[in-house]
Design a protein around this ligand. Structure first.
Ligand code: GLA
Length: 406
């Protein structure tokens, strides 16, 4: 018998090695001109998500403990804290909002013990605040918490139900999926939502398992690239890294989603939360708040309502910033903005204070360019800077800048 030249296990090893080398190479290389344009070819034609979505979702702080009073109070708080005024607009219900079983006609039924007024009344309440409302479903037979049915096989019916309630956003999860292809399962719901005639933002929650960045732009407005985030440093750094290699696939209409924000949930320091928020903003991630908006402290609000950081996230050019340089735990992340500006984050992921330098060539600027450097956290400007940016940065902290060429 002739032996194949390369045996299968070694072929897999070589391929994984190649992929690993490629990922590292992609993970930290200087920006160049081709980085300034999205490479996606097809877009979901629903007119939504031209910038990353902003809002709130119940899961990070209230996993399976939501109810209509919480949702109404959160909508109230979104407005009274001023967060609505800086761009947060969606109030999104996550898992556990429905009864375990469908009704006799096969419809999903809001759980009467926690949503006694029904979803239409809740949507009206949220809309009357000038906000939008999102709901959660699953591309399988049951949702992840197993407390309510999934929409597999019921896509048209459930999409019509959501539209009839006035729902504006669907987060669509991936549990109990019978091993069916995600492309098929998610495409069915995408079409069903379009067929309703209502504008419904479609957020895929496939956890990045089958590289959704490569196929989801045609059917959704955002797609998770990672498993679930947790309120700790290891979780946010690893989610940032797993999301980063997909940068070229994001752009107006569809965004990579490294999961919702943990800012304000108490597990990290203010500087760690500042890093979390800065990197999510630079990476054009959805800005979905995950804390209790009814009891925000001033520090948390001061992170979440920073208009200059939000403006980086919502910049109309819509190019995801990425890791362009790495020296151990010291990293430079950068991305182009409209008007030939550049956003830069110097990020110290190490355990001691250190100095980080970004040369113009690292961040896509010509060496001769002179820029005004705006620190978007201290709200101060250093005029006429050439060649490089250098700063001393505390452990787990970052500095974030917008550079405007003169
Ligand atoms: C999955 C999702 C989470 C959340 C839970 C709800 O784990 O990834 O974001 O929606 O299900 O049960």
């Amino acid at each position: 018998m002739t032996r194949p030249l390369i045996q299968l296990p070694s072929l897999f090893f070589c391929l994984s090695l190649f992929h690993a080398i490629l990922s590292v190479a992609v993970a930290a290389r200087p920006l160049n001109c081709s980085d300034t344009k999205p490479t996606r070819r097809s877009l979901l034609n629903n007119g939504l998500g031209l910038t990353p979505q902003m809002g709130w979702n119940s899961f990070n702080h209230f996993p399976c403990t939501l109810n209509e009073e919480l949702i109404r109070e959160t909508a109230d708080a979104m407005v009274s804290t001023g967060l609505a005024a800086v761009g947060y607009e969606y109030i999104n219900l996550d898992d556990c909002w429905a009864e375990l079983n469908r009704d006799s006609k096969g419809n999903l039924v809001p759980k009467a013990s926690i949503f006694p007024s029904g979803m239409k009344a809740l949507a009206d309440y949220v809309h009357n605040k000038g906000l939008k409302i999102g709901i959660y479903g699953d591309a399988g037979t049951q949702t992840c918490a197993k407390t309510m049915p999934g929409s597999l096989g019921y896509e048209e019916q459930d999409a019509n139900t959501f539209a009839s309630w006035g729902i504006d956003y669907l987060k669509y999860d991936n549990c109990h999926n019978n091993g069916e292809s995600p492309q098929d399962r998610y495409s069915k719901m995408s079409k069903a939502l379009l067929n309703t005639g209502r504008s419904i933002f479609f957020s895929l929650c496939e956890w990045g398992q089958e590289d959704p960045a490569t196929w989801a732009p045609a059917i959704g407005n955002s797609w998770r690239t990672t498993g679930d985030i947790k309120d700790n440093w290891q979780s946010i750094t690893s989610r940032a890294d797993q999301n980063d290699p997909w940068a070229a696939y994001a752009g107006p209409g569809g965004w990579n989603d490294p999961d919702m924000l943990e800012v304000g949930n108490g597990g990290m320091s203010t500087e760690e939360y500042r890093s979390h928020f800065s990197i999510w903003a630079l990476a054009k991630a959805p800005l979905l708040l995950g804390c209790d908006l009814r009891s925000l402290d001033d520090e948390t609000l001061g992170l979440l309502n920073n208009k200059e950081v939000i403006a980086v996230n919502q910049d109309k050019l819509g190019v995801q910033g990425k890791k362009v340089k790495k020296d151990g735990d010291l990293e430079v992340w950068a991305g182009p903005l409209s008007g030939h500006r550049v956003a830069v984050v110097l990020w110290n992921r190490g355990s001691s204070t250190a100095s980080i330098t970004a040369k113009w060539t690292d961040i896509g600027l010509k060496s001769s360019t002179v820029v005004d450097v705006r620190d978007v956290w201290t709200h101060s400007t250093i005029p006429s800077v050439s060649g490089q940016l250098k700063a001393t940065i505390d452990s787990h902290a970052c500095k974030m800048y917008v550079l405007t060429p003169q």
